[in-house]
Design a protein around this ligand. Structure first.
Ligand code: MV4
Length: 448
């Protein structure tokens, strides 16, 4: 096992990785920016190294400075967390060249599954259901028109290098497809340095499901079932839960096993998530693969008993996954609310500044993953998420009841947060009955 691990991240996920390191007897080392100098998580690291000014481009995204910090502190491995450099195959390659273990997939597996065209091709080969569409990148508009006529409008244009909704265009007729192709290509080329685009059939009403998979370096891959991440706004998830309510158990097993086969076929080690849309007939359609630990991993941990962050570290150190597929059993239900320092009454404007009051909830089945506390000053430079409140219970109804009470107990001020919004969402019939789709939060916010 590693002796020391560098955490190339900040906030709640840095704290989550510190906790996993301690359980494994590993010394956690942090890097931090000038804006995070007083970050409460840094006190729990064995060492902390400043890597530059507040803007991420000058600190958390600087490969050279992170590698220097790793060499100065003599770590064996780097955990990238989520965001920042976590899905950067070049960073994973630099780590390998410097003989520092990257806690995640090889650069090759990351590059293959991070390319949505390559991932979809491999997914099809292992039997995952995918949307009908172009077979690979589109070379010219006429090819796109031909495919669109075959599969029928509406279609969606997607960038091979995109993710989280960037570089996408919906087209309902030939004219908008022509325009969408060009603008998606330009946006993708500028944003990702890769203008490759493809099209597929567009599904209007859907739920967003994702299968968690873990792979090791010995060719094993095991899935940990699904999460339902349907509650989201502008591609930012708000509430996630496991297992997904009202799904077809036979279809779920088939798709989850195929998702594990995809990870095995890519010779992938570490944590991966395979994303799907589920239509109203409860059929799955594969979208893309995330090659990192995800924000919402705790709900899966609570219903499977698997510590995903610890397993990521163990498999990076060369250990075999300590369980097989038949050992993984679901028990109970978990729901997570993302607590963002945003003002829902002012178009979710991010709130920087000092938290005066921070009273954490508790009680049976409550987990709070947060780096925030009274006196913590939220810097203006980063994502507005200041924590995640997760409730576990024997069933969905009891998880909702526990989460509602925990939200009542949770006091944060004067900084505005998404707590009151979660309280209202958890009262809606759409959420309570799981009668929802990926647009219901935005409809709710518009008062519909
Ligand atoms: C789609 C889709 C409908 N049909 N693909 C958005 C993010 C990226 N992961 C893929 N996305 C979508 N792909 C087809 N063929 C609708 C979306 C989509 C969406 C998906 C999941 C959660 C929220 C969403 C919001 C808008 C669009």
């Amino acid at each position: 096992m590693f002796g020391r691990v560098l955490i190339a991240n900040r906030g709640e996920i840095a704290l989550r990785i510190i906790r996993a390191c301690r359980e494994l007897g590993i010394e956690p080392i942090c890097v931090f920016s000038e804006a995070d100098r007083d970050g409460p998580w840094l006190k729990h690291a064995d060492e902390a190294v400043c890597i530059g000014p507040g803007p991420a481009k000058e600190s958390y995204l600087r490969i050279d400075r992170i590698i220097s910090a790793a060499e100065i502190t003599n770590v064996d491995a780097i955990h990238p967390g989520y965001g920042f450099l976590s899905e950067n195959a070049h960073f994973a390659e630099v780590c390998r060249d410097c003989q520092i273990e990257f806690i995640g997939p090889s650069p090759e597996a990351m590059a293959q599954l991070g390319d949505k065209i390559a991932a979809k091709r491999l997914a099809k080969q292992v039997g995952l259901p995918t949307f009908p569409g172009s077979d690979g990148a589109l070379e010219d508009p006429e090819e796109a028109m031909k495919v669109a006529r075959e599969i029928g409008f509406p279609v969606i244009v997607k960038a091979a290098a995109g993710g989280g909704g960037r570089g996408m265009r919906i087209a309902r007729n030939e004219e908008s497809l022509r325009l969408g192709l060009e603008s998606a290509r330009q946006e993708a080329a500028a944003a990702f340095g890769n203008g490759a685009v493809y099209i597929e059939k567009f599904l209007e009403k859907a739920r967003h499901l994702e299968i968690q998979v873990l792979g090791d370096k010995h060719g094993n891959a095991v899935h940990l079932y699904e999460r339902d991440c349907t509650s989201q706004r502008r591609h930012q998830k708000l509430i996630e839960e496991a297992p997904a309510p009202n799904i077809d158990p036979a279809k779920r097993d088939q798709v989850a096993n195929a998702a594990a086969s995809l990870i095995r076929a890519a010779k992938y080690s570490g944590a991966a998530t395979v994303e799907f849309l589920m239509d109203r007939g409860a059929d799955f359609h594969m979208l893309e693969v995330n090659t990192r630990v995800q924000v919402e991993h705790p709900v899966t941990e609570l219903v499977t008993g698997v510590d995903i962050v610890k397993e990521m570290i163990r498999v990076a150190a060369g250990e075999k996954l300590p369980f097989k597929q038949s050992d993984v059993r679901l028990k109970g239900h978990a729901i997570e609310c993302r607590i963002n320092a945003e003002d829902p009454d002012r178009n979710f404007m991010p709130q920087a500044g000092r938290i005066e009051t921070f009273a954490a909830p508790g009680g049976p089945g409550i987990r709070l993953d947060s780096h925030a506390r009274s006196g913590y000053r939220i810097p203006p430079n980063y994502d507005s998420m200041i924590g995640k409140l997760i409730a576990f219970g024997p069933d969905r109804t009891s998880a909702i009841a526990r989460l509602r009470q925990a939200l009542r107990e949770f006091e944060i001020g004067p900084v505005k947060t998404t707590i009151p919004l979660h309280q209202r969402l958890l009262e809606t019939a759409h959420f309570v009955n799981a009668d929802f789709d990926i647009h219901y939060v935005e409809r709710f916010l518009k008062g519909e």
